[in-house]
Design a protein around this ligand. Sequence first.
Ligand SMILES: Cc1ncc(COP(=O)(O)O)c(C=O)c1O
Length: 506
Amino acid sequence: MNRRQISADLCSFELTRADGPPLFRQLYLQLRSAILSRRLRSGTKLPSTRELAAQLDVSRSAAVAAYEQLLAEGYTSGRHGSGTYVSPDLPEPIDGNPQRRKEPAAAMTPAAASPLQPIGDFVDVTAQSDERPFNLGRTLLDARTVQLWRKLSARTFRSLSPSHFGYSDPRGTIELRTAICDYLQAARAVRCDPDQIVVTAGTQQAVDIVIRILPGMDKEVWVEDPGYPLTRQALLAAGATVRPIPVDRQGIDISAGMKSAPNARAVFVTPSHQFPTGVVLSMARRLELLAWAREKRAWIVEDDYASEFRYGGRPLASLQGLDEGERVIYVGTLNKALFPGLRIGYAVVPRALLRAFIAARYLMDRQPSTISQAIVAAFMEQGHFAAHIRRMRLLYRDQRDELVTALKARLGDDLTITAPDQGMHLVAFTRPGLSDAAIERAGHHHGVVVRAMSRLYVAAPPRSALVLGFSGHPRPTIIPAVERLAHAVEGLSKSRARKRSAGPKR
Ligand SMILES: Cc1ncc(COP(=O)(O)O)c(C=O)c1O
């Protein structure tokens, strides 16, 4: 690896300055992860601690401490004065398969992503609990829903019966499965009956179960690129070989998928609102995807998150509803439609997979909580769910409009913003020369959480854009937060201008 590549790799390091672990530890972990994943190969010379400190804007002592730790643990070697090198005698990746390492860079295997590396190093478990605007995946509940939730919870607790206390059907209660089935048939044209529905803790658990039950040792799967990181990470953690497939204006590019991995066992897609781009999978691509799955006997996992929140335009019904060959596993979540702390979602499972799916769910944690299911079932049966969605749709649409107007007014020269017809976030492309990752970092210091879209790409050429959630942030908080974001962007432009006027260093 040459110096430029090393430098680019170091620039992708993410250091949390406020309230994070000590900087030396973060540096040590990220260097270790780069070494273990072979992004920094054996024998590569690392930059000096002085260079590293300057490049990452950390103190020299943090860089020295990180290097000392790597040296002590044998990840690097070096003689005083002659530099630090990635150790030549690191263990082989866990699968020890030299063929694997020759695979194209676009393939991510669990070993390539993390040989000997604990999952903990590549998953950030704190990101989603940040409540600041414009963090993603957050929802609001109005007074009416809160009041109804309290009432139904109290009623459920008052009428607890032996059925609530014992083990029950691992698929979930028949009452909840029936309510979900009625809703899906009416709202998303899903073909189902309650026997095919399995209640899960959410999308995350459904994805995990699917990968566990896929036949074959080599679980090669397609994911969208850019895509939802938690799906990719769950797949890697569960042992899949992940093939990132590019997304264009029509959604996932099926021809590219067929070229990259024609015999993949499954594909994970977000057809109604691609995460993060918001693109809708075109009808032509839907048919192409279904035809490929039928021919190859592959499975399509349709993640239909946030389909409830549609603000305009004509919705496309679910992909599952078009499927004549029972190749689609439809996955939905009440953690977005209601609230993330609920931890209830569902899968509509093709009959051929049903026994395996239920068995895997049972082995994981037996069954969903009976009490939560009873509350949700009552909420749905009594028509409160549909009414809640109608009210939240109006609320989120107003928040979306407020955010779009504020961004255009304050950052219209720096960002290109379009209001999405669906979902809980929007994408704002940055003007050339303005880096989304730099804005993400600066935003944190100004109390705003924006996601750099470029970081959600794996192999496709990244586009620089900000991903901003609007669903969880009440209207009065939006303009002040956009103001803080604008300060962050202005700060970046000023520091670039200062650097330019200072001229090249001698
Ligand atoms: C693409 C996508 N799918 C699904 C979910 C919901 O996941 P869960 O049901 O596990 O909370 C999210 C939440 O952010 C998401 O962005």
